[in-house]
Design a protein around this ligand. Structure first.
Ligand code: AKG
Ligand code: FE2
Ligand code: ZN
Length: 661
């Protein structure tokens, strides 16, 4: 049967609805994934909603497909809400197309999922993942016996109240216990002068001695953290603070296997299987440069055949499925460092910052200086690259602009490269930005724009019908300055005029959904934009198909992190450097921008430390104050003559629409 020919026979309402959705699935695959479907029958099908990314297991989908014929290959790419099936013959794939299209199947958790099938030329999947483990990483399987595992697990006493030593904590998404030295999550460091009494448990001693003897580890650890993860729990991506611990960090997995994600600063993610009773050894690059973390979820994407138990999850999408997590307890052993770290990764080394990072501003003057150095100057330097990553206007901003009456006068305060200036041609729009280079880009695009500070816009009061300020006010470094920026926006409005404000949210996970900023696993094209926090990257198919009964198993559990996710030591009032693509643990942060391209545009300075041989792209740090829920609204309420019409969360941002009285 050809999907485009349904003869003269009149379709029922349900059939029409199904057809619409099937066509939509095909369009979405093309638009977002570049997968072409074809109208003539072939041996191969793409099965939308039949993917690991929306909770479908290999052993659930395969029998369904096999009812229609012999399946040659079933490719299930990780985290994707679709899979590819190749049948032995076209006859069989046609049968599948006819019988399974629109068919409801039930996944592992009893959710109903409707499949949409389309023919493709070839069942193929280009794997972008490098086939190697991060350098310096080893997983030693079966390092202990089942009996020892049992004994170690039984030795952990979670009931004992050791609060006087402050070594046991119930964090939001796992339980922890510390030995030897306590790890302080607030500062991401240990107190070297205050070892905990008792040292490491005696029970660990014989194992450590044995691993030393057999060469799995080189140093005897003096600190241990026990983490316990229920299914759905996790640990945010982080690098164990360089200045706190020596090179070698090892973690023993007990009770259940789990997949740990390693991420390189360039954006590559390598998921690594840690089987139960295995020892993860991180040294060198894998310990110092790559982040490690465990995503909060109840299922992991694993190899179906089980031939290779540990290490990197294969890139063979013909052999992936989902595995239900169990209760995992890990013993992480580290050696506390007594001298500063001198690793070869200065960009991520808290011991090797050449200059001291800026502090939290104590006065308006300091705030202004911080903004100058870590907002204005940075945008001036990165303008070209920044602009090349900012194409797609955010839909709700577009909606706001399109809803304004024709002829409205609109100011875009902090217009960047002008991506909103031409959205609605029926408006009179003027942009302004603090960066000359960005304003030049706007002018090249034939938009009206001028350079100014958002605290002093050279426009008469009350002349604007509307104003927008998208991703700007979070760059002001005190609460007073942020309110003043709102005040200035309101000053421009005529009575009844409206303003739309977007600021970056501290909460990058909201309503059980991770923002695009947090979501990993992207393609190389996506990487370019995502690397520096652009939120306009392509949406996942699973979102597009949200009305098709899909669910995102990868983020089905809310996971607000307990304040970790950065490798830096946060001492006194120094601003912490945020690790891109991780949760925020501080509201005032420096967010790195990895400058790519135009190297001839003068050698930009590297603020904290030399550019190592490992990272060819200079890094700039932009200051941000990320807003907590309600904070933007509260700031707006202190401004007179204005009321908050609407307040909402949109893809990692807090947003308000104001109206002048
Ligand atoms: O659970 C694990 O294996 C790792 C724990 C970890 O990375 C840490 O506590 O720093
Ligand atoms: Fe760690
Ligand atoms: Zn270091």
């Amino acid at each position: 049967m050809d999907s485009s020919h349904h003869g003269n026979y009149k379709l029922s309402k349900a059939e029409k609805k199904f057809l619409r959705k099937q066509i939509k699935a095909s369009h979405t695959l093309l638009r977002h994934e570049g997968i072409q479907t074809v109208s003539c029958a072939t041996q191969s099908l793409v099965v939308a909603n039949g993917g690991l990314g929306n909770g479908m297991c290999r052993n659930q989908l395969l029998p369904v497909l096999e009812k229609c014929g012999l399946v040659d290959a079933l490719l299930m790419p990780p985290n994707k809400p679709y899979s590819f099936a190749r049948y032995k013959t076209v006859e069989e794939s046609k049968r599948a197309y006819v019988t399974l299209n629109g068919k409801e199947v039930v996944d592992d958790l009893g959710h109903k999922i409707i499949l949409y099938l389309n023919f493709v030329e070839k069942a193929q999947w280009k794997e972008l993942r490098p086939p190697a483990l991060p350098p310096g990483l080893v997983v030693v399987e079966e390092i202990i016996s089942s009996e020892d595992e049992k004994m170690l697990l039984e030795s952990v006493d979670w009931t004992k109240d050791t609060d006087n030593q402050n070594s046991q904590k119930s964090l939001k998404h796992r339980r922890v216990k510390h030995f030897g030295y306590e790890f302080h999550y607030e500062g991401n460091n240990v107190d070297k002068d205050k070892p905990l009494s008792g040292g490491l448990p005696d029970i660990c001693d014989s194992f450590l001695e044995k691993w030393l003897r057999e060469g799995y580890i080189k140093h005897k650890p003096d600190q241990m953290t026990i983490n316990q993860y229920e299914p759905g729990h996790g640990i945010p991506a982080h690098i164990d603070t360089h200045s706190a611990f020596e090179d070698e960090i090892v973690s023993l997995s007990l009770g259940s296997e789990i997949v740990m994600d390693f991420k390189h600063p360039d954006g590559i993610t390598v998921p690594v299987m840690l089987p139960r009773r295995s020892l993860l050894v991180m040294t060198g690059e894998s310990r110092y440069l790559w982040t490690h973390g465990i995503t909060c979820r109840k299922f992991d994407t694993v190899q179906a055949s089980g031939s290779q138990k540990s290490g990197i999850i294969t890139s063979d999408v013909g052999d992936l499925t989902l595995s239900k997590r169990g209760l995992r307890t890990s013993f992480t052993f580290r050696k506390v460092r007594q001298t500063p770290c001198n690793c070869s990764y200065p960009l991520v080394c808290d011991s090797q910052r050449r200059e001291t990072p800026p502090s939290f501003p104590e006065s308006d003057k300091e705030a202004s200086r911080l903004e100058q150095e870590h907002v204005h100057q940075v945008y001036e330097e990165i303008a070209g690259h920044f602009s090349s990553t900012r194409h797609t206007p955010w839909p709700h901003v577009v909606e706001f602009l399109k809803a304004l009456p024709n002829g409205s006068v609109v100011a875009d305060i902090g217009c960047g490269n002008g991506k909103y200036l031409g959205v609605n041609k029926e408006l009179y729009t003027i942009g302004c930005d603090r960066s000359q280079n960005l304003v030049d880009i706007c002018r090249e695009r034939q938009f009206q724009a001028l350079v100014c500070d958002a605290l002093a816009v050279p426009v008469r009061s009350g002349v604007c019908d509307a104003c927008i300020s998208i991703a700007v006010i979070h760059h002001f470094a005190t609460a007073e300055r942020r309110v003043a920026a709102v005040q200035e926006l309101v000053r421009l409005l005529r009575p009844g005029g409206k303003a739309l404000i977007y600021v970056w949210a501290m909460e990058q996970e909201y309503n059980k959904q991770k923002s695009k900023y947090l979501r990993g696993n992207r393609t190389s094209q996506e990487k370019k934009e995502e690397m520096n926090g652009d939120t306009s990257v392509q949406r996942l198919l699973v979102e597009q198909m949200s009305d098709l009964g899909s669910r995102d198993s990868a983020s089905s559990v809310p996971c607000i992190r307990e304040g970790r996710g950065n490798s830096r030591q946060v001492s006194d009032s120094k601003l912490p450097i945020h690790v891109n693509r991780t949760s925020f643990y501080s509201q005032d942060v420096l967010v790195p921008w990895h400058l790519k391209g135009n190297p001839d545009k003068g050698k930009p300075v590297e603020p904290f430390g030399p550019i190592g041989p490992h990272d060819p792209s200079p890094v700039f740090h932009r200051y941000y104050h990320v807003f907590r829920e309600g904070e933007l609204e509260a700031a707006c309420r202190t401004v007179s003559d204005v009321r908050v019409l609407q307040s909402y969360y949109d893809q990692g941002n807090w947003c308000v629409i104001l109206q002048k009285a």
